[in-house]
Design a protein around this ligand. Structure first.
Ligand code: GAP
Length: 436
């Protein structure tokens, strides 16, 4: 993980937030390559989940919602971790993580072993609180959303009537979420500000329907990770045991990835019954039920939820792509991103600055179809290494021969194989290789 973190900073994928002020724990900034990789992840999720399906529509809702939303969802009362304080060093720790934590005064010791006494556990709500309007009083308290899905539930009626979708159908959303995590850790794996991609798929109530769509989404979601190029053997589904399930849930499975720190959750897929809509009906006193034209029945739909983090997907891609191999006896670091997701897909090099202008023109043309980079400094070998390290799948060199034969050399990242391609065929050649 340390090597990945170091590469992420060195090459402008991820920086510590507010680094010049010493950083702020649990918050991260994404540099030029990181911002593009995140955008590619989100666009690809949106394409597969919303655009290419007939039965899912998208929304984009506000980060701050009416505070009753969070009472109905259970977050005000139950979204908390048990915390203990050390009376001596004043450290605050998650009571259920004591054995993994160290004392801030004596890092070789566990909390409470510095001679201090730990208080009884108290619950600490993970939602960030703020005030709406100029007066800081209880009546104006609001929360930064800890998950994006609650506004999908509260807007269910508006979306279902305006989109003319019929059950079964889903509502998807990508957006920032905030949790005041007690122990943000493992780089961007657990942050305090992160982005979620969530989809709530509304279905008829009933055991059979629930099971059918639960299975459908488990398969669809796993395939999505495969099509991102993530190695199959590093992914698994972990079904929750009965005692891990919320009382209303009929089933829940985590998509897990084997990160350097071990198998950890990437996405949760849950068969949540109709608990969420029922809660919002109770708290808002508005009817969120659905009239089914086909069965002529009115009911509160059940839901299958698929919820994953952009940041965890990003970290998975970094971990999975990070490879060291050797080329002609020289060790190289290469990020083996799938070409359709790589933040730079094609880099163009002129062999010499003297022919830079024509090479730059080729690169500008390619920009219309691909994410590109232009590099004219250093030896070609050095330029290859720089592109390998950020995961560019194709490098195109324009040399002196290109001036007469109108061909360029295309070098493939993983095999380092080189091919001579006619310039007027270059776009088609690359399109075939980069298409998902
Ligand atoms: N609406 C359901 C929900 O939010 P969750 O398991 O709490 O469920 C879903 O979160 C996903 O959001 C996780 O699988 C993870 O990918 C991402 N996520 C949750 N907390 C996170 C955090 N503190 N930092 C980064 N990603 C997080």
């Amino acid at each position: 993980m340390e090597e990945i973190v170091s590469l992420a900073k060195r090459r402008g994928f991820v920086f510590q937030s507010s680094e010049i002020y010493g950083g702020i724990n649990g918050f991260w900034d994404f540099g030029p390559l990181g911002a593009t990789l995140r955008k590619n992840i989100k666009d690809y999720w949106w394409k597969k989940t919303v655009i290419e399906r007939d039965d899912v529509v998208g929304v984009d809702t506000s980060i701050i919602a009416h505070p009753e939303t969070w009472k109905a969802s259970g977050h005000v009362d139950c979204f908390s971790d048990p915390m203990v304080d050390c009376k001596k060093c004043k450290g605050r720790f998650r009571a259920d993580h004591i054995n993994d934590l160290s004392c801030p005064e004596k890092p070789s010791k566990r909390p409470g072993e510095c001679g201090g006494e730990l208080t009884e556990p108290r619950s600490f709500n993970l939602m960030f609180k703020t005030y709406v309007g100029p007066v800081e009083e209880n009546a104006n308290v609001a929360y930064l959303r800890p998950e994006t899905c609650q506004s999908i539930f509260t807007q269910f009626k508006n979306v279902s009537t305006t989109s003319r979708q019929k059950i079964p159908f889903g509502i998807a959303q990508i957006g920032k979420s905030f949790r005041n995590e007690i122990t943000p850790k493992n780089f961007i794996f657990r942050s305090r500000e992160f982005e979620q991609m969530e989809m709530e798929f509304f279905i008829r109530v009933g055991e059979e329907e629930g099971e059918k769509w639960y299975q459908h989404w488990k398969e669809a979601r796993l395939n999505w990770f495969y099509s991102l190029g993530i190695r199959k053997e590093k992914l698994r589904l972990r079904e929750h045991a009965k005692d891990e399930l919320a009382h209303y849930a009929k089933g829940c499975v985590d998509v897990e990835y084997e990160f350097p720190m071990g198998w950890s959750e990437l996405e949760g897929i849950a068969n949540r019954s109709n608990y969420d809509l029922t809660q919002h009906m109770k708290f808002s006193k508005k009817d969120l039920s659905y009239f089914d034209d086909e069965t002529k029945e009115k009911y509160v739909p059940a839901v299958i939820e698929c919820s994953l983090g952009v940041d965890r997907t990003f970290l998975t891609l970094l971990c999975d792509a990070y490879t060291k191999d050797s080329i002609d006896g020289e060790e190289r670091v290469v990020m083996k991103f799938a070409p359709h997701i790589a933040p730079v897909q094609v880099a163009v090099f002129p062999l010499s600055k003297k022919i830079g202008e024509v090479a730059h023109k080729i690169e500008k043309d390619l920009r219309k179809s691909f994410l590109t980079d232009f590099d004219e400094s250093g030896s070609i070998g050095k330029r290859y290494r720089r592109q390998d390290e950020i995961g560019t799948p194709f490098c195109v060199t324009y040399d002196f021969e290109s001036e007469t034969d109108k061909m360029v050399t295309v070098r493939e990242r993983d095999t380092t194989k080189q091919e001579r391609i006619a310039i007027d065929q270059l776009k088609n050649y690359l399109s075939d290789k980069i298409a998902e």
